[in-house]
Structures are given as C-alpha cells and as structure tokens.
Write a protein that binds this ligand. Sequence first.
Ligand SMILES: [Zn+2]
Length: 72
Amino acid sequence: MPNPKRKHTRSRRDKRRSENWKVALPGQAICKNCQAVIRANTICQDCGSYKGKVEKAPKVKTDKSEENQEQK
Ligand SMILES: [Zn+2]
C-alpha cells in the first residue's frame, strides 16, 4: 500500500473531518400550501393540507400556555 509522503497538518486534517458533519434531518419536507417544515408524507399540522389539497381541517390552537402564564 502506498503511504502518504508527508504528515498532513492539524488544520488540513480537521478541515477534512469537518466536511461531512452537516447532516440534514431525514424525512423532512416543506408544505406546498403554507411552506412550513413538516414531516414528509404526512398532513401538514398547520394548514391540514397534503400534496396541495386540504384534507383535514387544521387543529385549532388553544392558548393554554398563555393562560398559564397569566395565572402566575
Ligand atoms: Zn401547511
């Protein structure tokens, strides 16, 4: 096996190792209706659309978190 003639610098080694660290989260898609980041192959949680069609009414968000903050 041929060996490398010179030792690579720490800088060069670390640059090489840092090339592939950006890993995209698998299974993510962008909703065609509202451009939100959603799980792939699922109905959008924000607008209830799937593949451009509205399949299901979106969930009505209850502002329980805000109510809890007011009580404190
Ligand atoms: Zn959507």
